[in-house]
Design a protein around this ligand. Sequence first.
Ligand code: GDG
Length: 484
Amino acid sequence: TKVTKSLKQARVAASEEARMRLEKLDSPWTAERLREFIKAYLKDRPIYILSNREPYVHTKDNGKIEWHVPAGGVITALEPVMEACGGTWIAHGSGAADIETADTEGKIQVPPDEPKYTLKRVSLTDKEIQGYYNGFSNEALWPLCHMVHTRPIFRAEDWIQYKKVNAKFAKTLLDEIRNVERPIVLVQDYHLALVPAIIKKSRPDALVSIFWHIPWPSSAQFNICPWRKELLEGMLGADLVGFHTQQHCNNFIDTVSNEIESRIDYEHFSVFRGEHQTLIKPFPISIAFPGRAEAHGTPDRTILDTLGIRSQRIVLGVDRLDYTKGILERFKGIEFLLDEHPAYKGELTLLQIASPTRESVEKYREYAAQVTAEAERVNKKFATNGWKPIILEKRNYSHDELLHLYRCADVCLVTPLHDGMNLVAKEYVAARADESGALVLSQFAGASRDLKGAILINPYSAEEASAAIHTALSMQKTEQHRRM
Ligand code: GDG
């Protein structure tokens, strides 16, 4: 009896100690700390994530089944959280071998080589993908929320598919939580704006949040959407609506106050509709900070050698090939730099990794062609003796390859025209355990609020981009360290 009692006491003390550790806000977030947090505060309530994109895609190559992690910020930010916490992730099964690798319920344990949580795949028809994903999500909501002067396209048939697919995701979750008490449901992004209200209506005991990974525009800008009310009502079904920055929260509250009958509590930054309260809060999303071994590796130039890059100075860009990312403007900046400072000719290369994305959407195909043409134009202008200023890699690189490139780059150019956060900026800094290198960052990326040591620019100005790259390349090591 004595042993049992003292064991019990020891266990209570240990968990109390863990709780105290969690409350020390200055201790860094690690997978372990997150796990403890879930235990101590959420009392092991099960976690469900819903997103359009899945974290692991299974494909078939010549009959051989393979898997990969798709490029994109939502996966980068959330996958490590699910690995730490466990739970169920519901997403569109978009890979050619997704059905056959999952069980009869569409479930598979992932990561495939070290399972830690469940992925449940939702099947969508071609018509649904066209209307909900290519159409309403990527041709209407994406340009609506990003101030990049691309006109949103609102088609009634896309909206119908969007509603249908949102209902399908919600039903999948509701079936999944039928026998689960007080689940925690984390809905992700602009693809699933209607899901929170549907879930909350049948399961008021569920704690539902939606995180909007892209900017929220001004109220006037959002109001051009014909279905704005339905979208807002869908989101306000959640208990918590999250954005990257306070500015996005402010814009959202403004939009709600102009469009929806509600009571706004500015003290707590929340919206009341009847008895239901929705908190609106900023959560500047980030990455899993690399472990010591990963961050402290030495720069490996193999990829640069393979690409025939012999320049002394490496400037790097890593982006999905998306018109919000400012790749064309970046090339103009390099052109301006070489005009202004001819000494860089033959000495500097911009390596632009541009991973293919949303290729079924016409604007993206057009943009990809423009990026290629612009790289060719600039290269033609300056190329000499087998050297050219821009190497454009329109393909996907692995996480490890990107890490090597981050370590080799003297400068990382992150110059989106508008971006919710931008995780490439954070990945570059995190990969530089040597505390050298310099980050040139757009003032229109949410990350510019967090990364105070970056050189901030207006990406629309080739002059500013050029001056910033020159500043970065001429920066003293001590200054680089201070900023990193
Ligand atoms: C949305 C918001 C917000 C890129 N190329 C490759 C590759 N990537 C990875 C990067 C990075 C991720 O994709 C891109 O993340 P970003 O945050 O920069 O941008 P979005 O995809 O637009 O993300 C954004 C984010 O959601 C999270 O909330 O920050 O504002 O737009 O991790 O490394 N990864 C691999 N190969 C590539 O070729 N493996």
